[in-house]
Write a protein that binds this ligand. Structure first.
Ligand SMILES: C[S@@+](CC[C@H](N)C(=O)[O-])C[C@H]1O[C@@H](n2cnc3c(N)ncnc32)[C@H](O)[C@@H]1O
Length: 327
């Protein structure tokens, strides 16, 4: 068991050290191409190279114990959220979006791998320590960063995201797609709100795709088991899960910060149903949920502070959003 957990939460971390979970998420994507069968959910063909010297060690856990609930769920989680996001990004680029902001990028390889990367300006935002390590890993793997990609070092708990993004060349007057995957659980609710407040003031039409850990009661048995096994070790090793949100909690946060057209996407719905018709151990679990939302024309702040006189504040906030909960 301890080997499996080390494969997920590698060693003691502090705020000043690069994120270990960024490595384990990349390892899960790399391992998916090795231990899982067709149909592949997501092909991150650079993940293994980006892990450098540590690739073999991480992959060995998946090779030896890949059917264990913790490891197969980590692969399902990391691949489903990336697949959903890059599919939506492709739609947005077709619709004219030219900026892609990756919050808490970790070892996300979109900018170095995707055919779409030359159609968008990519802004990789991450904790400075994690970003520095990524740049070292990229350099060691001889993977060049394209001119269209900008690294933006930000600590969500302490730094101004808006200031750093604009300094990096981001144009807040033009719509963007913002992904924020595998991060909100590591932040306080206040830090999640602060970040959403910044994005909520970007150009109308800007979309966000983010995931959040579900609280007990909304998880299934496998999700509960994953949390029971992994959360204590994550906390002990310096990256505690601080925030669990229901889809309703996430909707409230999004609406408060100006987002509408909110769609909550369960893991099983990130891909078509046929993808779960599989011969390997990958199964969708109820552990986390994705939210996809768009900045409405009216910011929530103006909805709340100045509702038209014939609407109550709650009703007007509600009318600024459409909540689609897939069954
Ligand atoms: C589990 S990794 C996810 C990485 C990537 N999004 C993925 O899906 O592979 C969590 C990421 O959140 C970032 N992160 C956590 N807390 C942060 C903070 N306070 N400020 C900036 N980034 C943070 C870490 O540096 C790390 O890259």
């Amino acid at each position: 068991m301890i080997n499996i957990l080390i494969g997920i939460v590698h060693w003691v971390n502090t705020n000043e050290e690069p994120s270990q979970t960024a490595l384990t998420a990349a390892a899960a994507r790399a391992a998916h191409l090795i231990v899982d069968d067709e149909p592949r959910i997501f092909a991150d063909v650079l993940a293994s190279a980006m892990l450098g010297d540590q690739a073999e060690e991480f992959l060995s856990y998946h090779r030896a114990h890949g059917t264990h609930l913790v490891l197969r769920s980590a692969r399902a989680q990391a691949t489903c959220r990336s697949r959903y996001t890059e599919d939506r990004l492709a739609d947005s680029v077709r619709g004219g979006v030219t900026q892609y902001v990756i919050l808490g990028a970790g070892l996300d390889s979109f900018g170095y791998r995707s055919g779409l990367a030359d159609q968008v300006r990519v802004f990789e935002v991450d904790h400075p320590a994690t970003q520095q390590r990524k740049r070292r890993l990229l350099s060691a793997a001889r993977i060049p960063a394209p001119d269209s990609l900008t690294f933006v070092p930000v600590d969500f708990e302490n730094d101004s995201l808006e200031e750093r993004l604009i300094k990096g060349g981001f144009d807040p007057a033009r719509p963007a797609l913002v992904s924020w995957l595998g991060v909100t659980m590591y932040l306080s609710r206040a830090a999640i709100g602060q970040t959403l407040a910044v994005i909520g003031h970007f150009a109308p039409g800007t979309e966000i795709i983010t995931d959040h850990m579900l609280p007990g009661g909304l998880r299934d048995e496998a999700g509960d088991s994953y949390v029971e096994q992994v959360a204590p070790v994550a906390a002990q090793r310096g990256e505690p899960w601080l925030t669990f949100l229901s889809p309703g909690d996430m909707s409230d946060l999004l609406v408060e910060h100006g987002f509408g057209s909110i769609e909550h996407v369960r893991q099983r719905d990130t891909v078509d149903a046929a993808t779960w018709n599989r011969s390997d151990s990958l199964r969708p679990i109820e552990l986390s949920c994705l939210a996809h939302a768009t900045i409405a024309r009216l910011h929530a702040r103006s909805c709340i502070s100045a509702p038209p006189s014939n609407l109550t504040r709650a009703r007007y906030s509600f009318e600024c959003t459409t909540v689609h909960l897939k069954p």
